[in-house]
Write a protein that binds this ligand. Structure first.
Ligand code: SF4
Length: 200
């Protein structure tokens, strides 16, 4: 299957209840040969209306973080765990994740990135479980942000969702540090020097 065929399926999908409340099911965007895949939770209202990834308030935060870290959107691929907007920004339900994550699995297979960057709890939980990585307890969860975890020939680099800055500006410095670390990770991977990575 080509990514265009997958995206066509996503656009027309009505496999779960979220198809009834969305305007657009969002396909991933970015470089098809990207070595890094950002995985957000679900589109926001602006993204749903316009049909584009990360163009609302959290997109502005993401663009700022990427600019500071000198990572271009065109160099990475971005997608969502759940492709349709969640009404009133509620949490995704387990059955919605189970159905919709089939598209994410296919995107990972087609793009074949070397670095997975899940953003926020639900994307991290999904990627950890998929790779048989134990999920930290709630109390310990904050410790995994910005850690590099090896999973086969891939690296997993869990980060807070950019939207978190909108609610708590004091975490911005930590986010900037982690996005800069992401740039180093990406550059190292391009140069194929995995031994220089910090793990854990
Ligand atoms: S959330 Fe996913 S599974 Fe549900 S309708 Fe949208 S694209 Fe289909």
């Amino acid at each position: 299957m080509r990514i265009e065929d997958l995206n066509e399926k996503i656009r027309k999908c009505s496999k779960c209840r979220l198809s009834e409340t969305r305007m657009n099911a969002l396909c991933g965007e970015g470089a098809l040969n990207a070595r890094l895949l950002l995985i957000a939770q679900a589109p926001g209202e602006t993204e749903d209306r316009e049909g584009k990834m990360f163009i609302g308030p959290s997109g502005k935060v993401l663009d700022e973080l990427l600019e500071i870290a000198a990572v271009s959107r065109g160099k990475i691929y971005m997608t969502n765990l759940v492709k349709c907007m969640l009404p009133k920004y509620r949490k995704p339900k387990q059955d919605e994740i189970e159905i919709c994550s089939k598209y994410l699995d296919k995107e990972i297979e087609l793009i074949d990135p070397k670095i997975l960057v899940p953003l926020g709890y639900f994307a991290i939980k999904y990627i950890f479980e998929k790779n048989a990585i134990p999920l930290p307890s709630k109390g310990e969860f904050h410790k995994i942000y910005g850690k590099i975890i090896l999973a086969g020939d891939r690296k997993i680099f869990p980060l807070k969702h950019p939207a978190a800055v909108l609610y708590n500006d004091s975490i911005k410095d930590e986010m900037i540090k982690n996005y800069c670390k992401m740039r180093v990770l990406l550059n190292n991977d391009e140069q194929e020097i995995p031994h220089s990575l910090e793990v854990g």
